[in-house]
Design a protein around this ligand. Structure first.
Ligand SMILES: *[C@@H]1O[C@H](CO)[C@@H](O)[C@H](O)[C@H]1NC(C)=O
Ligand SMILES: *[C@@H]1O[C@H](CO)[C@@H](O)[C@H](O)[C@H]1NC(C)=O
Ligand SMILES: *[C@@H]1O[C@H](CO)[C@@H](O)[C@H](O)[C@H]1NC(C)=O
Ligand SMILES: *[C@@H]1O[C@H](CO)[C@@H](O)[C@H](O)[C@H]1NC(C)=O
Ligand SMILES: [Ca+2]
Length: 338
């Protein structure tokens, strides 16, 4: 780029000098003269030649310095343009950073707006259809009609088309899931870590035909899932009884055994057993007698995860005494289309 510019500049310079070339004028054929003037003419020619030589030298010196000047200017321009470019790059990165921030602000603003809007947001699927396609924590607005307060949820906007509202997660293992009826009713834990969304909330979110997806990871890093095309639970009066149908997946159908059973916690034995399953399995769940899965069981870490029957189990994959490393239970409306 620079080279060609210099070349062009040189051409221009040369053209310029030839256009008003003083040499040409001086090289005009000498006027015809008489024979006697021979030696005078030779002398004058010699002088002219000497003059011309010095003029040429001077000229070439001038050209050289002009060229140097031009090159220096080119270099300067090039430097400036490079600085300009750097400034543009910097501005661009600042712009995209600001843009990102604006997007987040817009998202927050819209979440605030929807609180008073009649255009209701029920779950992560309605957020998704309003173009919120980033997985993360969201606040669902209060529902005046049902008299329910706003609800913080975690949305999975990626898995199999997104639109999933998480109702449970196990991955950190620090908070206990061996809790009482009241806590399972309203929910507990942290939405970015381990939590139970709450039976009342799950009841409310499954008023429309809902799909349940359970994703699991073992200590070898392998993942499996179980999906129930239909999932709902009853209200508290009916002990949050579980209803599931139409399994598909890779982990095995280990919730079927819990189908049509009431929810139990350590202080409320609603299971179908003489034993107290919640006590034995250390969680709140739809215990039968007792388990084919125990997703709210004790969290056991690597090394201890194969020793107990009260761990986070899914018999259809790893049997009754292998406690999983990670579980997520998530729901979305059956009719959801990404
Ligand atoms: C050529 O040289 C002569 C004698 O030195 C001088 O008078 C004259 O001005 C010179 N011409 C030019 C064009 O330099
Ligand atoms: C479930 O709970 C309801 C009341 O909440 C009760 O009437 C029903 O018998 C229970 N079902 C089972 C299988 O325990
Ligand atoms: C659960 O029980 C209902 C009957 O109450 C049945 O229709 C449904 O298929 C069962 N679900 C599974 C996964 O077996
Ligand atoms: C399960 O799937 C079958 C076949 O698609 C369908 O007829 C049935 O209604 C589904 N059951 C539920 C409870 O959604
Ligand atoms: Ca019992």
């Amino acid at each position: 780029m620079l080279k060609s510019m210099v070349y062009v500049a040189m051409l221009l310079l040369l053209e310029d000098t030839t256009a008003q070339n003083p040499i040409k004028k001086r090289l005009a054929p000498p006027k015809p003269s008489t024979k006697g003037q021979c030696c005078d003419e030779v002398r004058s020619l010699k002088v002219q030649v000497a003059n011309l030589t010095s003029i040429l030298e001077e000229l070439s010196r001038k050209q050289e310095s002009d060229l140097l000047n031009v090159v220096r200017q080119m270099l300067e321009l090039d430097k400036q343009s490079r600085q300009q470019e750097a400034r543009v790059t910097e501005a661009e990165s600042k712009y995209s950073e600001i843009n990102n921030r604006v997007e987040i602000i817009q998202m927050q603003a819209s979440q605030a707006v929807t609180k008073t809007s009649s255009d209701a947001i029920y779950d992560c699927a309605s957020l998704y259809s309003k173009n919120y396609k980033i997985s993360g924590e969201y606040r669902l607005p209060a529902d005046d009609f049902l008299g329910t307060p706003d609800l913080d949820v975690y949305c999975d906007m990626e898995t199999n088309g997104g639109g999933w509202t998480l109702i449970q997660r196990r991955k950190v293992g620090l908070s206990s899931f061996n809790r009482d009826w009241k806590q399972y009713k309203s929910g507990f834990g942290t939405i970015r870590g381990d939590f139970w969304l709450g039976n009342d909330n799950i009841f409310r979110l499954t008023r429309q035909p809902t799909t349940l997806r359970i994703e699991m990871e073992d200590w070898e890093g392998e993942t499996r899932y179980a999906e129930y095309k239909f999932f709902t639970i009853a209200n508290e009066l009916n002990s949050y009884k579980l209803f599931i149908a139409n399994y598909s997946g890779t982990a095995g159908d280990s919730l079927r055994y819990h189908n049509n059973t009431n929810f139990s916690s350590k202080d409320k034995d609603n299971d179908k057993c003489v034993d107290n399953c919640a006590d034995l399995r250390k969680g709140g769940y739809w215990y039968n007698c007792c388990t084919d899965s125990n997703l709210n069981g004790m969290y056991y870490r690597l090394g201890k995860h194969t020793k107990n029957s009260d761990g986070i189990t899914w018999y259809g994959w790893h049997g009754p005494s292998y406690s999983l490393k990670k579980v997520e239970m998530k729901i979305r409306p059956q009719g959801f289309r990404p």
